[in-house]
Write a protein that binds this ligand. Structure first.
Ligand SMILES: [Zn+2]
Length: 114
């Protein structure tokens, strides 16, 4: 005997659908989407967190993403840009850093889903 998960009705073992309510018996009712699985994955990165970390320290978002080379590179790019172009240079390079961080986080997440 197979019991329907939805209504509890008894069905024969070879039933595919519940004779009472029509619920599929063999299939997985709560099949998780790939997106849901990715969020459970510990390697999944939050693009928002990666971007915001750069506000604490330029390039810190890349450390969060595990990209140490880029973290160091962008840290110095922000420093140099700020030294030469002052505040506008700092804002410009910070924006570039955050965009690059966001794109990398998205890329890491899409790679995980494949
Ligand atoms: Zn049923």
């Amino acid at each position: 005997m197979v019991y329907c998960k939805k209504c509890g009705a008894k069905n024969t073992d070879d039933s595919v659908f519940c004779g009472d309510c029509g619920e599929p018996l063999a299939g997985k009712p709560a099949e998780s989407s790939p997106k849901k699985d990715a969020q459970k994955n510990p390697k999944h990165k939050s693009p928002a967190a990666a971007v915001l970390l750069n506000l604490l320290l330029a390039g810190a978002g890349f450390i969060y993403l595990g990209e140490w080379g880029k973290a160091v590179l962008f840290f110095f790019l922000v420093l140099v840009s700020a030294a030469i172009f002052k505040i506008p240079g700092w804002i410009f390079m910070m924006a570039l850093t955050m965009i690059a961080c966001y794109n990398d986080a998205k890329k890491i997440n899409s790679d995980l889903q494949q």
